[in-house]
Design a protein. Structure first.
Length: 320
């Protein structure tokens, strides 16, 4: 349900909500919540709200029965924010029912747990917990200057952050614990050019996780970049590679080339197998750990992040 604070009003009868503050509470299930046309600088408090993201109409999509076939309910975009410049969205749990074992290409019914678009520039998304999703958060057209802060995403079948409109933004103090792709700055259209934009990745932990994709169990690079992607500033962050046969070596090479700032970072090679000679090594500003040392470092950093962010909502089957 929505609850109102002084100075705000709620959308009813097809009208749009306007005001400085809006509170979302309760379990919204499969019902999409679209919030639009709030006054500049409004706050959306979702700390006591929960949502379901589901992209497939069956539990195990395949070449014979794709994710658009079946009888299960879907809610591909449970939270949508449109035309809310300077909005601050705080908290919320978005629990996913996206299949985790089917092949990536059969499971690709596009979806994002949180979608920010259409005149929502300078948005702050803070303290959101998302798991078992396709994309966790997507910043689309007219969402420049975004700030993603203190969010915890896990079991992400595609991108933890999709920024395929090549916007400037900041990802800070986040935990992406198990994703096929970390941050995507790979445009669907060749007409997009982000070379004049900058993305800052600061104090963020990104652990890749291998999923079945096009017939093999693998994952992409922590940053899915192309030549026209924004320039990157990477500070105080950890990139953990989980699969010895990971894809995305060329994307990794582009990531290092796009980094106009790199300091106090770690690259963790989690497998026991040696680093492949073809793996592009990071620039100065990254320290490299491998095998048991890498896993020990990740486990400690993960526990420290979770302990330091008690304000981020937990699911009922997670320890407080």
């Amino acid at each position: 349900m929505f609850a109102l604070l002084p100075g705000s009003c709620l959308a009813e009868g097809g009208q749009t909500p306007r005001g400085k503050q809006l509170v979302l509470t309760g379990e919204h299930g499969y019902e999409q919540q679209t919030i639009r046309n709030l006054e500049a600088g409004a706050t959306i408090d979702a700390r006591n709200a929960s949502f379901i993201v589901a992209n497939s109409r069956n539990t195990e999509p395949s070449a014979m029965m794709g994710c658009d076939e079946g009888t299960l309910p879907v809610n591909r975009y449970p939270v949508v924010i449109r035309n809310c410049p300077g909005v601050r969205f705080i908290g919320g749990r978005i629990d996913g029912q996206v299949p985790l074992t089917s092949d990536w290409r059969d499971t690709y019914c596009n979806s994002a747990a949180l979608l920010v678009r259409d005149g929502t520039d300078n948005a702050t998304i803070e303290g959101v917990r998302v798991r078992r999703c396709w994309d966790a958060v997507r910043f689309a057209e007219q969402a420049d200057g975004f700030r993603l802060k203190g969010c915890w995403f896990s079991e992400v079948r595609d991108d933890a952050v999709e920024n395929d409109y090549l916007l400037s933004g900041t990802v800070e103090d986040c935990l992406f614990d198990g994703c096929f792709s970390g941050i995507s700055v790979d445009p669907a259209s060749n007409d997009r050019d982000g070379t004049g934009q900058t993305v800052l990745i600061d104090r963020t932990l990104i652990r890749m996780h291998a999923f079945l994709s096009k017939g093999e169990v693998t994952h992409q690079a922590p940053i899915k970049a192309v030549d026209q992607s924004p320039r990157l500033r990477i500070t105080g962050s950890v990139f953990a590679l989980a699969s010895a046969n990971m894809r995305g070596f060329r994307r990794l090479e582009r990531t290092w080339r796009l980094a106009i700032e790199s300091r106090d970072n770690l690259l963790l090679w989690l497998p026991d197998e040696p680093i492949p000679p073809a793996l592009p090594m990071p620039p100065s500003g990254f320290r490299v750990l491998t095998g048991a040392d890498a896993r020990e470092y990740w486990n400690k950093a993960h526990l420290q992040w979770v302990a330091a962010h008690q304000n981020v909502a937990r699911f009922s089957d997670e320890a407080l």
